[in-house]
Design a protein around this ligand. Sequence first.
Ligand code: SF4
Ligand code: F3S
Length: 238
Amino acid sequence: MRKDKVFFNIFRFHPDTDKKPFFQKFEIPFIRKDLTVLEGLYYIQQRLDNSLAFRSSCREAICGSCAMHINGKYRLACNTQVSKLKSDTVTIRPLAHMPLHKDLFVDMNLFWEKYEHIKPYLMRGKPLQTPGEQSQSPGERAKIDILTDCILCACCHSSCPVTASHEKYLGPMALLNIDRFVSDSRDGAKEERLAIINDEHGVWRCHTVFNCQEVCPRDLNPGGSIAHLKMEIVKNKI
Ligand code: SF4
Ligand code: F3S
């Protein structure tokens, strides 16, 4: 691998001007040894081709905006260092299983609709017996600790073969996030939540492929959440 230059091979498509998608190669200098893929994309956009479209925001792996397919795997562009890819060429494609707007910029409306569908907020169920702050024990909190780490990046969604073939499948992101509320001691709507996912578009559609776990940049395990939700459905006789 050359240390002074790197090639970015980028999926391009502008629906107004292009008949079909193509890949465009850019050569950029290896500005620093910890150059990230996102910095490379900004270099191209700001110095070589300002028509390049991609999504990003926080640049520190918190907002989940810059997920894309980079050298064979869905990852965040902001925390992927070019040197770690061990290749002269960085090949980038957009997230999959979503309509394409332009280049690396996809329409995520369906993804957000799935998130909205699982009611991603605490629901008390019965009125509070003791109004005021509802505390959790350290053990109760530990049950949701890791689940609250999801940054809604859609790497899992795009890597799942079932979301590719079943548009209505809720998918790993939505199912992990419903597990976050099912497992929360402050939530009082467990039965309602389990009923939402107890059909052919919910947990039973998962084929336990586990690509979702492999790609998650937060080391979450949506497949494990799905297994937990299936057990909860059976246990609660939903
Ligand atoms: Fe991204 Fe992981 Fe959340 Fe899926 S579970 S949306 S891969 S952070
Ligand atoms: Fe898809 Fe993950 Fe299930 S990759 S099939 S949601 S285990």
